[in-house]
Ligand binder design. Structure first.
Ligand code: BGC
Length: 523
C-alpha cells in the first residue's frame, strides 16, 4: 500500500513521501479520538427527549412534555435550563481542559495527550453509567468534557503533522469522519434503547470508543515535528524515514529543524500568539470556530429528536429521522475526504455555503407556515420535505465547515504557535458549542421557525469571509505556510513583514510589505 509522491517546498526542493501503511494505520487509530466527541454530541439529543431519562433526572420537563400541547407552545416544551446544562456542561469542561492539553501537547507530545484523553473518557463513561442522580451524571459529563478537550487538541495536530502533504486534508478529515460515526452510533443506540433497553445502556456503549482511543494512543508513533520540537532529533529523523517510507528525508527534516529553531525562541506561546505576525492564523482559527458553530449544526445534532418532535413527528419517527440525518452526515464526510486535496478547501466551503443557505430558508418557510404555537398541521409531504432539506443542509456542512473547521487551523499555525493556536481553536469551538447548546431550546422557544433564518444569515456572512479572507492551503507543506500562503495573500501579507513586531513596538505605523491582490492565492 505504498504510493510514491513529492511535494515541493518553498525554495523549490522536493519532499519525497510515500503513502505508507504506518501513516494510514496511525491516522486511523488517532482519529478514533473523534468517536467519543461525536458520541457525546449524539447521546445528548437522544436521551434528552427520552421519557424515562426525563422522568428520572428532569421530572419538571417530563411533566411538561407529558401534559401535551395545551399549556405550552410547541416550540417551548423542552425549554429548561437544567436540561440544557446537562448537554452543555461537557463543553464547558472541555474548553477549560484544552489549556492544560496545550501544555502537554507541546512539552510531552501529541501521543501522551491522546492517551490522557482516553483515560478521561473511560472514567467519565464509568461515572455516567452508574449515575444515580443528576450530580453524578453531570460529574461524568465533566470528565468526558476533559477528554474532549485533550483529544480535540492533540488529534488534529497529530494527523496534520504525520500526513504527507498531498493527502493531508483527507487524512485529517478522518477525525471528523469519526465524529460523525460517533454521532450516528449514538443515534442508533438511542433508537434501539428507546424501544427496548434502559437509558444506562446508551451511556455504557460510550465505553467502546473510549477504549479504542486509549489502546490506539499506546500503539501509534509520535510525530516527527513533536519529537524535533522537544529536542529528540535523531528519533525525529528515524520516525520521519519510517513514516515517509524513504531515506531521502533531508529536505523535510531541514524544514522541521528550522521550524523548531524558531519555536525554541518562543518563551510564552500564548503571548506569542498575539503578536502581529501571528494575527492572520489566529483570526482565521477563531473565526472558523465561531462560524462553524453559527451554521447551526449542533442545533440539529443535539436536538434533532427534540426538533423532529416539535414539528409534529411522533417519538419513534423523530429518532428515526435523527438516524437518517446521522447517516447523511457520515456519508457526506467521505465526499470531503475524497475531494479536499483535489478541489481545495475554499471551493468546498463556498459551495456548501450556498447549499446550507438555501435549505435553511426553505425549512424556515415550511415551519413558519405549517407549525404554529399550538398546532402542527405538517402533512406527510411537508414533513418529508423538512427531513430532505435538513439532510441537504447536513450534507453540505459535512463536506465543508465540519471537517475544515478542524483541518484549517491545525495546518496553518507555524510550529512555534501550533499547540497554543490549536488550544485557542478548541476552546473557541467548545465555547460556541456550549453557547448554542445552552441557548438553542430557549432560542427555539422565542424565535420559533425564525431560528433557521438566524442561522442562514450567519451562513451568508461566513461565505463572504471565505471568499475574501481565507487563503487556499491545499498541497502546501505544513511548515511552509508562512512563505507560500500568508506572505502571498492580498490582505494578510501586510502582517507578515519580518520587522513588523519591531515597528509595532516602536509605535510606528507598519508599512506592511503587502504583495497586493493576488488572485492565485484566492482560489
Ligand atoms: C463540530 C461539532 C458537530 C459535528 C457534527 C464537528 O465538526 O465541531 O460541533 O457536532 O461536527 O458532525
Amino acid at each position: 500500500m505504498t504510493g510514491g509522491g513529492f511535494a515541493t517546498s518553498a525554495n523549490g526542493v522536493e519532499f519525497e513521501a510515500k503513502i505508507t501503511p504506518i501513516v494510514i494505520i496511525s491516522c486511523i487509530m488517532a482519529a478514533t479520538g473523534g468517536l467519543m466527541f461525536g458520541y457525546d454530541v449524539g447521546v445528548s439529543g437522544g436521551v434528552t427527549s427520552m421519557p424515562d431519562f426525563l422522568e428520572k433526572f428532569f421530572p419538571v420537563v417530563y411533566r411538561k412534555v407529558q401534559a401535551g400541547t395545551e399549556k405550552d407552545s410547541n416550540y417551548c416544551k423542552y425549554d429548561n435550563q437544567g436540561l440544557q446544562l446537562f448537554t452543555s456542561s461537557l463543553y464547558l469542561a472541555g474548553l477549560t481542559a484544552t489549556f492544560f492539553a496545550s501544555y502537554t501537547t507541546r512539552t510531552r507530545g501529541r501521543r501522551l495527550t491522546m492517551l490522557i484523553a482516553g483515560v478521561f473518557f473511560i472514567i467519565g463513561v464509568a461515572l455516567n453509567a452508574g449515575a444515580q442522580d443528576l450530580a453524578m451524571l453531570i460529574a461524568g459529563r465533566i470528565l468526558l468534557g476533559c477528554g474532549v478537550g485533550f483529544a480535540n487538541q492533540a488529534v488534529p495536530l497529530f494527523l496534520s503533522e504525520i500526513a504527507p502533504t498531498r493527502i493531508r486534508g483527507g487524512l485529517n478529515i478522518l477525525f471528523q469522519l469519526n465524529i460523525t460515526i460517533g454521532i450516528l452510533f449514538a443515534n442508533l443506540v438511542n433508537y434501539g434503547t428507546a424501544k427496548r433497553m434502559g437509558m444506562e445502556v446508551i451511556v455504557r456503549f460510550g465505553g467502546n470508543p473510549a477504549l479504542l482511543l486509549t489502546v490506539g494512543a499506546l500503539l501509534v508513533t509520535e510525530t516527527p515535528n513533536s519529537l524535533v520540537e522537544r529536542g529528540r532529533l535523531d528519533e525525529g529523523k528515524a520516525v520521519l524515514r519510517r513514516i515517509r517510507g524513504t531515506d531521502n528525508v533531508e529536505p523535510e527534516f531541514a524544514d522541521l529543524l528550522e521550524a523548531s529553531r524558531l519555536a525554541k525562541e518562543v518563551k510564552h506561546p500564548f503571548r506569542n500568539l498575539l503578536q502581529r505576525k501571528n494575527r492572520p492564523q489566529l483570526v482565521i482559527a477563531v473565526a472558523l470556530q465561531i462560524f462553524q458553530q453559527c451554521t447551526g449544526i449542533n442545533a440539529i445534532m443535539f436536538y434533532a429528536p427534540v426538533l423532529f418532535n416539535t414539528v409534529g413527528f411522533g417519538n419513534d419517527a423523530s429518532l428515526y429521522s435523527a438516524v437518517v440525518t446521522g447517516a447523511v452526515n457520515v456519508l457526506s464526510t467521505v465526499v470531503s475526504i475524497y475531494s479536499v486535496d483535489k478541489v481545495g478547501r475554499r471551493f468546498l466551503l463556498l459551495e456548501a455555503g450556498f447549499q446550507m443557505f438555501f435549505s435553511q430558508v426553505v425549512i424556515a418557510i415550511i415551519l413558519g407556515i405549517k407549525v404554529t404555537d399550538h398546532s402542527t398541521n405538517l402533512s406527510k409531504g411537508f414533513a418529508i420535505l423538512v427531513v430532505v432539506m435538513i439532510c441537504t443542509y447536513v450534507a453540505a456542512f459535512a463536506w465543508s465547515w465540519g471537517p475544515l473547521g478542524w483541518l484549517i487551523p491545525s495546518e496553518t499555525f507555524p510550529l512555534e504557535t501550533r499547540s497554543a493556536g490549536q488550544s485557542v481553536t478548541v476552546c473557541v469551538n467548545l465555547l460556541f458549542t456550549f453557547i448554542i447548546a445552552q441557548a438553542f431550546l430557549s432560542m427555539l422557544c422565542h424565535f420559533k421557525f425564525g431560528i433557521f433564518i438566524f442561522f442562514s444569515a450567519w451562513v451568508l456572512v461566513m461565505s463572504f469571509f471565505v471568499m475574501f479572507l481565507l487563503p487556499e492551503t491545499k498541497n502546501v507543506p505544513i511548515e511552509e505556510m508562512t512563505e507560500r500562503v500568508w506572505k502571498k495573500h492580498w490582505f494578510w501579507a501586510r502582517f507578515m513583514d519580518d520587522h513588523n513586531d519591531q515597528v509595532f513596538v516602536n509605535g510606528k505605523k507598519s508599512n506592511g510589505k503587502s504583495n497586493g491582490f493576488d488572485p492565485s492565492t484566492r482560489l
